[in-house]
Design a protein around this ligand. Sequence first.
Ligand code: PEP
Ligand code: MG
Length: 323
Amino acid sequence: EKAALSKFIGQASQTADGHVVELVANIGGPDEAAKVVECDGEGVGLFRTEFLFMDRDSVPTEEEQFKAYKTVAETLEGKPVIIRTLDIGGDKALPYLGLETEENPFLGFRAVRFCLKRPDIYRPQLRALLRASAFGKIRIMVPLVTCVDELRAVKALLEEIKGELDAEGIAYNKDVEVGVMMETAAASLIADILAKEADFFSIGTNDLTGYTMAADRGNSDVAYLYSAYNPAVLRSIKNIIGAANAEGIMAGMCGEAASDPLLVPVLLAFGLNEFSVSATAILATRKVMSLWTMDEAKALAEEVMQLTTEAEVKALLEERARS
Ligand code: PEP
Ligand code: MG
């Protein structure tokens, strides 16, 4: 198994007929960046920065964050590194912030909502990211966006900070890309609007599945609904990718579905350009891609999209699985 996968080291990530995509990895900290390179990842598709804020008793300083982001950018040596700004709240609490417990934390004060209300915490992170952008190909990603106002507000804050850095003579990438994590039903429904103002999309299927199906995967009574094979979730994914393709921006995916061997051909057929998976799943995902031509993948996706239930989708994908 391992030996069979090793022949994919150093190979392009492509279908049997040569349709090339980007295959990158998810990380939780600077210490995981070397593993991505080792596992032949073509970049980082999601750096979950909240881990820098966890297991400590205060917010990391701008300098601490700068060092972490710079380390990842340098380790990846010019390969793309998508860094997601702080995504706390929901299931990820930071006790030292003293936030009130909420009755519906997943519908509450989290991620970009929290960050925009707390510039004292968000500004140093954005400043650290801009400074680090001088040392590699950093892209900034905004989590849990539900309306275009949030993207605009983050971009405005970035422009303000760029002005400060200019005044201080500090280097940064003036063209740093700002993308949206597509993980709410609202973002999916306005994907066409967001695609006009975002530099890229990355679909967070972990949250998108939960928010689309209104199902908490941690609740075993409703966990049966929590599946990306639901026609509702598949339509949402297809819509998001279609909107990105129509505007010519990158359509990526950093949720678990990106490395699901049953879904990979369907995602290729939808036009997904970038797959971000755990480092250890890179070669297996590259292999699955190589087993399909685009025409075969499109034929499968067309059949899948005719189906009406999660069970039917799962059964068909399992029947057609290649390995
Ligand atoms: C997601 O929601 O799919 C995702 C990748 O982010 P997280 O799992 O950190 O919420
Ligand atoms: Mg998420």
